[in-house]
Ligand binder design. Structure first.
Ligand code: KG4
Ligand code: ZN
Length: 336
């Protein structure tokens, strides 16, 4: 079986083709970051226009890269939510049009499920596993018992971790999205220089809160404490270290509570080098395997949508062409 995956939920147009041996036959991606960075965040209208401009070009490029024709594709999967409605409409309409014209089956994929199941391709992960899903818009710890069986154990009560990274980067004058920049600069900084709050860390649950941490950074900047480049590096290192400490504690709790033996970390923030190391160490101490996809496959891409499409196709669960995109679509609703 050959699956084509289309991702258009935010600021990346991604198209990929995989086969049922989980081999990537094509993976093409156009990142809109340069279009949005001058505005300090994603502008939905600009995102939609860019998806329209690029989608058919990338589609043809993907077929060429895989050395395949449209006739060779068995399933067309597209992100149907959560995300920005303009982008979702473009990707799903493109996918449905192909299905309507060719009679091929359509798969409306949940974007978060794509992140969640990415490691089925990279690490051959088996169910059940503990999932840390951390991106620009989401930050959750979940127990995953099957392709569509997700139970939330903890979530952020305010900002997502990626959002906090991006806001802190903005406070320090770096372009959107600033997570990667903080990761790089933190390597040259002293993480003990600034003491930041660790919200909810001692609370008896698996929830996160990052807005207080971000406000503390804002206060340090407002007080004029950041004068040199080294001051910036130290603040990046202190912030990243504080955030990783929260993840360390909550993931340790979730692993102990559930007794799960595999830890998967996914979503854009799973690219973060310190977080990858911290969570690998936590898991190692408990004798748990860690499956973290290659950094390039952690941020949004078409492969993850093709993987979720393949997993559902294996269960013979396809979508009607009447399925409408959903800007909000919690993972737990996949059960029903
Ligand atoms: O999963 P993703 O591509 O898009 C969403 O679904 O949100 O995640 C994007 C987020 C951004 O907030 C970005 O700053 C963050 O991932 N990110 C990072 C790193 N690389 C990307 N955060 C921390 N460290 C990184 N190396
Ligand atoms: Zn994402």
């Amino acid at each position: 079986m050959i699956v084509l995956g289309i991702e258009t939920s935010c600021d990346e147009t991604g198209i990929a083709i995989i086969n049922d041996k989980y081999e990537i036959l094509a993976n093409v991606l156009y990142s809109q970051i340069d279009l949005h960075s001058v505005y300090g965040g994603v502008v939905p209208e600009i995102a939609s226009r860019s998806h329209i401009e690029k989608i058919d070009i990338l589609f043809n490029e993907a077929l060429k890269q895989a050395n395949l024709k449209l006739e060779d594709i068995d399933v067309i999967a597209a992100t149907s939510g959560p995300g920005l409605i303009g982008g979702l409409l473009i990707g799903t309409t493109f996918a449905k049009s192909i299905c309507y014209a060719t009679g091929k089956p359509y798969m409306a994929v949940n974007h978060l499920q794509g992140h969640a199941l990415m490691s089925r391709l990279t690490h051959n992960t088996n169910y059940p596993f503990l999932l840390v899903l951390t991106s620009g818009g989401h930050c959750q710890i979940l127990e995953v018992k099957g392709t569509n069986d997700f139970t939330i154990l903890g979530t952020t009560i305010d900002d997502a971790a990626g959002e906090a990274f991006d806001k802190v980067a903005k406070l320090l004058g770096y372009e959107y999205p600033g997570g990667g920049k903080i990761d790089a600069l933190a390597k040259q900084g002293d993480s003990k220089r600034f003491k930041l709050p660790l919200p909810l860390i001692n609370e008896d649950n698996c929830n996160f809160s990052f807005s207080g941490m971000k406000s503390a950074v804002r206060n340090i900047v407002a007080k004029g404490e950041i004068k040199t480049e080294q001051d910036k590096y130290d603040l990046c290192a202190s912030f990243q270290s504080a955030l990783c400490k929260c993840f360390e504690k909550k993931v340790q709790r979730a692993l102990k509570e559930t007794g799960l033996k595999t830890l998967v970390v996914s979503g854009g923030v799973a690219r973060n080098s310190e977080l990858r190391q911290t969570l690998t160490d936590v898991a190692n101490k408990l004798g748990v395997d860690t499956h973290i996809p290659d950094p390039k496959l952690c941020t949004d891409n078409g492969v993850m949508i093709a993987v979720a499409g393949l997993e559902n196709a294996k269960l013979n669960q396809f979508s009607s062409l009447n399925t409408t995109p959903r800007p909000r679509w919690p993972l737990e609703e996949l059960k029903s």
